[in-house]
Write a protein that binds this ligand. Sequence first.
Ligand code: NAD
Length: 343
Amino acid sequence: MIDKKLGFGIIGCGMIANWHADAIKQIDRAQLIGVTDINDAAREAFSKKYGIKSFESMEALLASPEVDVVCVCTPSGLHAPIAIKVANAGKHIIIEKPMAITTQECDDIIKACETNKVKMAVISQLRFTDAIQRLKDAVNKNLLGRLIMGDIYMKYYRSPEYYKSGGWKGTKKMDGGGALMNQGIHGIDLLQYVMGPVKTVFGHAKTLSRNIEVEDTASALLEFENGALGVIQGTTSIYPGYSRRLEVNGDKGSIIVEEDTILSWDIEGQERPKDLNIGRSAAGSASNPAAFSVDGHIKQISDMVDAIIYDRKPLVDQYEGKKPVEIILAIYESSQTGKIVRL
Ligand SMILES: NC(=O)c1ccc[n+]([C@@H]2O[C@H](COP(=O)([O-])OP(=O)(O)OC[C@H]3O[C@@H](n4cnc5c(N)ncnc54)[C@H](O)[C@@H]3O)[C@@H](O)[C@H]2O)c1
């Protein structure tokens, strides 16, 4: 057991870095040490906002003995090269989603973590919501019976201006994909977390409305290893944008989660649990990328802090983080070849 506060550094201080900093500040066993960014003005402003060090370079941040854990919050195409440097510096890693944008890059990160014996958590903050944990628990306890269907619908709105901001969104090199690789990966991770491994996919990925290099709309049919079937639908091009909906159906029951709220819970021969919070959810980030709370990051970063202190696995480690990336890349491959892809 480690008996000290863990020091945190952040690489890349754009939008999501604020969620990391706000979360770390609320975790007892964590201390935010400093930040770095290639944009000097941005890192200076961020260091002032949070009262932390402003490191001139990533190398300087990685050389600091005060830093035990590094949050990688850069554009997605830079996740792999930066994560490998962090691992080689012997620091634990919290990396934003997607873990990386190719399976080769995911494998390179996995190897670097294994070689350097550092832990990694890949952000998938929605796994930590009560609704998803209740759903996962119900499936684990076989309350839904044999799983028959698992579907995720992510019909979002991102404006043309959104894609122009930051200079990297919607690009093949830095975003790696669009409606699935950037926005949809959250829901795809939840789907495979609850339903289990995906066996095959057949997909279409298209750019229908936005002027970007990657897909703004995709649809895929899935077969899971357990035999169940499913659908993934993701877009960033429809007005006005709707809440994410995850539907899990078995031959003994069905549960539907909308954003982070259970919309329905129907199990044959059983009353609904009295403590279940059922209802419509708030709109979430369906049409506003910044409209989500810091709670998920607090829970996931706390899980990682515990994993380091007590030397156990975090809930979403590097092996888990690779799974939704593999599914998304298989959908892209299927769309290009017109064939079913086996994972
Ligand atoms: N978990 C979530 O819900 C969620 C939400 C939004 C974004 N994200 C992910 O977070 C990552 C960042 O997204 P964002 O919206 O914060 O982007 P952003 O454009 O707002 O910020 C990225 C920052 O990285 C900096 N940067 C670029 N190259 C760098 C380098 N080589 N070294 C150091 N800094 C560098 C940029 O200057 C910028 O300040 C992406 O991978 C994205 O997918 C996750």
